[in-house]
Write a protein that binds this ligand. Structure first.
Ligand code: EPZ
Length: 426
């Protein structure tokens, strides 16, 4: 079992390069099923979720070639299978994007109910509502979702709640449907726009991505493309918060500052100095931060995927902060672990009340999910002493070379492999 061992208290300094966006890549890779020519994807993050996505495509008959560390050539013309391998699909929530792409390509798809991070109830009713509205039938049996359609016909769809995944699956299922589809109350995240740009580069006709009304006019054919994936705004935000938490001075490179606006404005509000440049931001920490209140919202609100990381920062702020999780039912599974390090946090439902303390101390902690792991790393970097972080496979699902990048900024962090029966005595 691998662990991160962090000796905290070191100020981060220097430059870090941000990888491609996980949540764009895990949508664009299944989208290559819709391409009738080869796709060359650049700035693909080297993370486990991408590896699973590529393995699923290969299992189904696609030709996948790694041209370099972050460039991949995918040719899906030989895919005939419309059933996604159950064991692989279960390991990643985003496997449900194969539903929309296979439905459009073959009028049939069979994929396991999604797995992934346990953030509370994560239904797929809005996805199924979209497929049905476009003319498909579905069934859920033995843990598998199966959808069929004789013909997909454009229609008007209003989302009962803003959902990234269902917005993406609706784009997949309508991109070659007959006529016009209008999505209302659509998600507006940067990766929604990136996917629309990718599909349009194949020859799709999608307007309005990034607003809450997206119009998709069905086309007959989608070709191949060369496409560069946007930088990961959540990875960037994670390093920005880590720089602030260690009172460091870090330039986060290869970003789109506009995508970071909700994070930048919140960091400035608590007292972090941030300089914005064309494709980088410089983060200069302070001795102590002000308290704040924060509620996570769909983009352009403060992103839920930055909630645990920001909570780790607020554990050392002056005063009482109130943090409300506006998207998921249970995104505070990291709180008990932060308490082991001396944080003073109480949680009631979707609200966490954080009393700032003077210092955190290192401790053995366990990762519950991807962003909880990022929060524990940030806490370990700012704590006095040693923090041993278990279950880091959750972190490696969504962050490329996290320990390598942090060491490049002066952090004392190493990855250690332990036989699973040996507990680390600190
Ligand atoms: C995507 O998850 C991201 N994952 C999540 O990132 C991110 O937290 C989330 O969007 C919100 O931004 C990927 O892109 C792979 P949703 P998704 O559908 O699509 C409810 C990370 O850390 N809902 O926008 O599953 C749902 O329960 C991960 O990178 C329904 O009720 O999220 C949630 O409360 C974690 N019915 C809310 O909507 C549905 O049919 C938002 O979910 C679908 C969703």
């Amino acid at each position: 079992m691998d662990k991160f061992i962090i000796n905290g208290g070191k100020k981060l300094h220097g430059r870090v390069n941000i990888s491609g966006a996980k949540n764009a890549a895990v949508a664009i890779i299944p989208a290559t099923i819709l391409a009738e020519g080869p796709c060359i994807l650049e700035n693909v993050p080297n993370i486990n979720d991408v590896t699973i996505d590529l393995q699923i495509l290969q299992e189904m008959g696609a030709d996948v070639k790694l041209l370099d560390k972050s460039t991949i050539r995918i040719d899906t013309k030989h895919i005939r299978d419309t059933v996604v391998p159950y064991e692989m699909a279960r390991r990643m929530r985003a496997s449900y994007y194969f539903l929309g792409t296979l439905l459009t390509k073959f009028n049939h798809a069979k994929v396991s109910m999604p797995g992934g991070c346990d953030l509370g109830d994560r239904p797929i009713d809005q996805h199924l509502k979209c497929f049905k509205s476009l003319g498909a039938d579905y069934s859920i049996e033995h843990g598998l979702v199966e959808i069929n359609a004789d013909k997909l016909i454009g229609t008007q769809i209003y989302f009962d709640k803003v959902t990234v995944g269902a917005t993406i699956n609706a784009m997949f299922a309508s991109v070659k449907a007959d006529g016009l589809t209008i999505l209302e109350n659509a998600a507006k995240e940067p990766h929604i726009v990136d996917l629309a740009n990718f599909l349009n580069s194949l020859g799709a006709d999608i307007m309005g991505a990034g607003t809450d009304v997206i119009k998709i006019r069905g086309v007959r054919k989608l070709g191949g493309t060369n496409y560069t994936i946007i930088p990961d705004q959540i990875e960037a935000g994670t390093f920005m918060v880590a720089a602030a938490a260690t009172k460091g001075d870090v330039t986060v490179n290869g970003v789109i500052p506009k995508h970071l606006e909700p994070i930048t404005s919140k960091l400035r509000k608590v007292g972090v100095t941030i300089e914005e440049h064309d494709d980088s931001v410089r983060v200069i920490g302070a001795e102590r931060y002000e308290r704040t209140n924060l509620k996570t919202m769909p983009h352009p609100g403060f992103p839920t995927d930055m909630q645990p990381q920001f909570a780790a920062l607020l554990t050392l702020a002056k005063g009482t902060s109130i943090l409300t999780e506006g998207i998921f039912d249970n995104r505070f599974r990291y709180v008990d672990e932060l308490r082991r390090m001396g944080a003073d946090i109480s949680v009631d439902g979707k609200v966490a009340v954080i009393e700032g303390v003077e210092r955190l101390t290192g401790a053995p902690v366990k990762v519950a999910d991807l962003r909880a792991g990022a929060a524990l790393i940030i806490a370990g970097l700012s704590a006095d002493g040693i923090t041993a972080i278990e279950e880091i496979q959750h972190i490696e699902r969504g962050y490329e070379d996290m320990d390598v990048k942090l060491r490049g900024l002066g952090a004392d962090i190493v990855k250690r492999r332990y036989p699973s029966d040996i507990k680390v005595a600190l």
